[in-house]
Design a protein around this ligand. Structure first.
Ligand code: MN
Length: 380
């Protein structure tokens, strides 16, 4: 193995909110309605969201090793998970330079259903994130802005506020299935033309539409019984595919060719598959298709949808052999699904055998297309 340090940007990372964040930034009556997590046993947590409860399994702490790192080490939080300044030391150690930094508790916001609450929460969280997350290292950390998604017009206004604050990415909801019991019908579906003013503004302002999988609380425990852990983990990726599908089929990305989408943590090889499948639908069901598109669904996906993966060793093949080049690494720091503790080993395994241009594109190049303002890592 080549021992040289590989620097990569990450399209998928998170900060963990301070314990009392919502009390610091919101009036008490609103703060207590925001998402909070209650660990009920070593194996389960309850996420409380404005009077609703969602149970989800916690990763089991086992003694077996993955990539030479014990599971118990991975389960304990890295030093910089909450402390953004300490985080930079973790990133330097792992070889991550710039990263898209999603929230943690804030990921559950798409399950809220009260307009006044989401308006106040989005504005307050954005003021905090721009200062306390992105502001710590603006050339390396890209905080993701929240929108009050229950109200389209308010979302456009908050996107303008976010752009003024200096955000480069806007968090959008990766949806569950519309007929599931937890689907939030208070959010206008992504394929609805009502969102048009938001897409127009984001395109004009150069704001990336950032979708992180698993935002619908019900998506985490769809299956029980044999195979449940793998079934639920795999199922959670489909929300990202659904988001991309909605943005393409609705014509939103076709009408706004400079609007870029990032799907985080869902892998990358699904994109060629989805493009083929959508092309088949577009062609074989052509008599039912509306709106018609100026490019094929696959072309739109390949042009405007970026995908981050952490361990997927066939992602490089999607780029080299399937013509899809919007592929980027994501460490998913500080999560168990991520590469903390073994990022260098993972990166070497992924890219050591790839040609130099492919290697650069996966580790830095695709990311720089979305966020050209970030600085470059030190020469390794
Ligand atoms: Mn993630």
């Amino acid at each position: 193995m080549d021992e040289q340090k590989i620097w990569a940007h990450s399209g998928d990372s998170h900060f963990i909110e301070p314990e009392d964040l919502f009390n610091q930034i919101l009036p008490p009556a609103l703060a207590k309605r925001m998402p909070w997590s209650e660990k009920v046993s070593d194996h389960e947590e309850i996420v409380h969201i404005d009077g609703k409860e969602f149970r989800r399994p916690l990763p089991k702490i086992a003694t077996k090793k993955i990539n030479g790192v014990s599971m118990s080490e991975l389960s304990s939080r890295p030093p910089g998970a909450r402390d953004i300044r300490a985080r930079l030391a973790d990133l330097d150690q792992e070889g991550i330079w710039a990263e898209v930094v999603y929230s943690s508790l804030g990921m559950w916001d798409q399950n809220l259903t009260d307009v006044a609450l989401v308006k106040a929460a989005a504005a307050a969280q954005n003021e905090w994130r721009i200062k306390e997350v992105q502001g710590v290292a603006p050339d390396r950390l890209i905080a993701v802005a929240a929108l009050p998604l229950l109200d389209v017009e308010a979302s456009v206004q908050e996107a303008k506020h976010a752009a003024e604050l200096g955000f480069k990415a806007i968090g959008m909801p990766a949806p569950g299935l519309p007929n599931s019991s937890t689907y939030n019908h208070s959010i206008t579906p992504l394929n609805d033309d009502a969102w048009e003013p938001l897409w127009a503004f984001m395109e004009e302002a150069g704001l990336v539409a950032a979708f992180h999988i698993g935002g619908d609380a019900g998506e985490h425990t769809v299956y029980r019984g044999p195979g449940g852990a793998v079934l639920n983990y795999t199922n959670s990726t489909f929300s990202g595919q659904r988001a991309a599908m909605l943005m393409v089929a609705s014509g939103a990305l076709d009408r706004h060719p400079d609007l870029k989408v990032l799907i985080s943590e869902a892998g990358a090889t699904w994109v060629p598959f989805l493009g083929e499948r959508m092309n088949e639908g577009y062609r074989q069901h052509g008599m039912f298709v509306r709106p018609t598109l100026s490019r094929s669904p696959k072309e739109i996906l390949f042009d405007q949808v970026y995908a981050s993966f952490q361990h997927e060793d066939i992602a490089i093949a999607a780029m080299m052999h399937m013509g899809y080049d919007k592929v980027m690494f994501g460490s998913d720091y500080p999560h168990l699904e991520g590469t903390y503790g073994h990022t260098q080993k993972t990166l070497h395994e992924l890219v050591d055998d790839a040609p130099a241009d492919v290697r650069y594109r996966v580790t830095q190049g695709a990311f720089k297309e979305l966020f050209p303002h970030v600085s470059d890592p030190p020469a390794s």
